[in-house]
Design a protein around this ligand. Structure first.
Ligand code: PFF
Length: 434
C-alpha cells in the first residue's frame, strides 16, 4: 500500500528546512571561533575537504534512506533489517537529548531579546548572566517558553508548520545576517576581526584539528540523529540526493563564514579577546553592543537572528522524534508533540539548573548540561554516523545506490564510505572520549 506521507511542497521548501536544521548555534558561536583559532587557511581547507568528501556521505545516506522508505528513523532501519531497530532508537535518543540543553540556550536568547527590546539593559553582563542562571525558575521558565514556541510548528504538521516556519524564518535570518555583517564591516574593529578570521597561519596545524573539523561538521549538518533522514522522508521521488546534499553543505558553510564576518569585527571593536559559546554570545557581545552605534537595534537583530537559527534547528530535532512516535507507535501528531514536549521539559530541568543551583552537581566531572553536550556530540553522534555508514556501505545497497548514483564521483564516495569512513569515525570516537 502506498504510504500517504506529507511531502515538501517544493524543492525550495525542502532546502530551506534542511538549511534551517543545519544552521544553528553551531554555525554562529562555534565555527567562526574555531576557524580563527586554528589558523584559518589550513583549518578551512581541512574543513571543506572533510565536509565535502566525508560528511557529505552520511548526509547523502540519511537523505536516501528517508527518500526510499518514507518513514521515521526507527521504522526505516527496521525495513532494512528488523535487527537494526535499536540503532534507530539510539538516533531518537540523541534527538531527544540534544533539545534538553539546546533549548536552555534558546531560553536565554529569548531573555536577551526581551531586555534589549524593553531597554532594561544591565551594566555588567557577566554578573547579569550568572544571576539569571542562579535563579531557579527564570531559566527553566524561559526554556519552557522556547520549547512551546518550537513545538508549535511540528504540531501544525510538515507543510503548515515546519515548511511554513522555515520559508519565513530562513530568508529573514539571511537578511539579518547580511545586514549585521555589512554593519560590522564599517566598525573600527573590522580589519582586526577579518584578520583574526582570514589571516593564514600554517604553523598551527595538528592532528586534533582534523577531529575538531569532523566533530563540527557532523554537528552542524545535523547528521547522526535521524533528523536529516526524517526530512528526507518527506521528499518526492524526483529529488536528486547528491545535489541536495551539496546545496545544503554550501549554504551551511557560507552562513558559518558570514557569521564570522559579522562577529569578529564587533568583538575587535572593543579590543576584547575572541571567544566562543555562551560567554561570547551572552556576555562579551552584548557588552560590546552597548558601546556601538544603533546598539539596541543591532543587539535585537543579533538575538533575533540567533533565535531563528536555534528554533529552526529545534523544530527539526523535535520532528525527528515526533515522526517516530507517529509512524512507529501510530500516535496522533498532537499527542506525539505533547508527549515529546513533556519529556524534554522534564529533562531540561537539571540542564537549566546546571549554571546555578546544580552547578556543583557533577557526573564524570561534568555538569548535567555539559554531560548532555558531550554524550550527544562526542559519543552518540559519531557512533550513530558510524552505524549508518556500515549499513549504507556494506548492507543496504539500495540506499547507497540512491545516495550516490552510478557516476564516477559517486563511486569515489562509495569507496570512501566502505573503506575510509568507518576508520575515521572510530578514531573520532576514541579521541572524542579522551
Ligand atoms: N545543526 C545545528 C547547529 O549547528 O547548531 C544543531 C543541530 C540541529 C544538531 C538539529 C542536530 C540536529 F538534529
Amino acid at each position: 500500500m502506498e504510504n500517504k506521507r506529507a511531502q515538501w511542497s517544493s524543492n525550495i521548501g525542502f532546502i530551506l528546512a534542511t538549511v534551517g536544521s543545519a544552521v544553528g548555534l553551531g554555525n554562529i558561536w562555534r565555527f567562526p571561533y574555531i576557524m580563527g583559532k586554528n589558523g584559518v587557511a589550513v583549518f578551512l581547507l581541512i574543513y571543506v575537504l572533510i565536509i565535502a568528501f566525508i560528511c557529505a556521505i552520511p548526509l547523502c545516506l540519511e537523505l536516501a534512506t528517508g527518500k526510499i522508505y518514507r518513514l521515521d528513523a526507527v521504522s526505516s532501519y527496521e525495513k532494512i533489517n528488523p535487527k537494526l531497530a535499536p540503532f534507530g532508537y539510539l538516533c531518537i535518543l540523541t534527538a531527544i537529548l540534544i533539545p534538553c540543553f539546546y533549548f536552555v540556550v534558546g531560553g536565554w536568547i529569548l531573555n536577551y531579546i526581551w531586555i534589549f527590546a524593553a531597554n532594561s539593559i544591565p551594566s555588567d553582563f557577566g554578573a547579569y548572566f550568572s544571576s539569571l542562571n542562579s535563579n531557579i525558575f527564570a531559566p527553566l521558565g524561559l526554556t519552557l517558553v522556547f520549547l512551546i514556541m518550537t513545538a508549535y510548528f511540528p504540531y501544525k504538521g510538515v507543510n503548515k508548520g515546519i515548511e511554513k516556519a522555515n520559508n519565513i524564518m530562513m530568508p529573514l535570518f539571511a537578511i539579518m545576517l547580511i545586514t549585521l555583517a555589512v554593519y560590522a564591516l564599517f566598525l573600527p574593529g573590522a580589519k582586526a576581526g577579518l584578520e583574526f578570521m582570514f589571516k593564514p597561519d600554517f604553523s598551527v596545524f595538528n592532528h586534533k584539528m582534523i577531529l575538531t573539523a569532523l566533530g563540527q561538521a557532523l554537528f552542524t549538518l545535523s547528521i547522526g540523529m535521524g533528523t536529516i533522514l526524517t526530512y528526507g522522508s518527506y521528499l518526492d521521488k524526483k529529488t536528486n540526493i547528491k545535489k541536495s546534499a551539496y546545496t545544503l553543505i554550501f549554504f551551511d558553510t557560507l552562513i558559518a563564514i558570514l557569521a564570522g564576518i559579522m562577529i569578529f569585527p564587533i568583538v575587535f571593536s572593543e579590543g576584547i579577546e575572541p571567544s566562543a559559546g555562551a560567554i561570547l554570545v551572552f556576555i562579551s557581545l552584548p557588552e560590546i553592543f552597548t558601546f556601538l552605534p544603533f546598539s539596541n537595534i543591532c543587539a535585537i537583530i543579533f538575538f533575533l537572528l540567533l533565535f531563528f537559527a536555534a528554533i529552526t534547528s529545534g523544530i527539526s530535532l523535535m520532528e525527528t522524534s515526533i515522526a517516530c512516535f507517529v509512524d512507529k507507535f501510530k500516535m496522533k501528531r498532537s499527542h506525539a508533540t505533547l508527549l515529546l514536549s513533556a519529556i524534554i521539559a522534564i529533562m531540561a530541568i537539571p540542564a537549566s539548573l546546571s549554571f546555578g543551583a546544580l552547578s556543583g552537581f557533577k557526573i564524570f566531572n561534568k555538569t548535567f548540561f555539559d554531560l548532555l553536550d558531550f554524550l550527544t556530540s562526542s559519543v552518540l553522534l559519531p557512533f550513530n554516523t558510524f552505524i549508518i555508514c556500515i549499513i549504507g556501505g556494506w548492507y543496504a545497497h539500495n540506499v547507497s545506490k540512491e545516495a550516490f548514483g552510478e557516476t564516477f564521483f559517486g563511486k569515489i564516495l562509495l569507496f570512501i564510505l566502505k573503506f575510509i569512513l568507518p576508520v575515521i569515525l572510530i578514531l573520532a570516537l576514541i579521541f572524542g572520549l579522551n
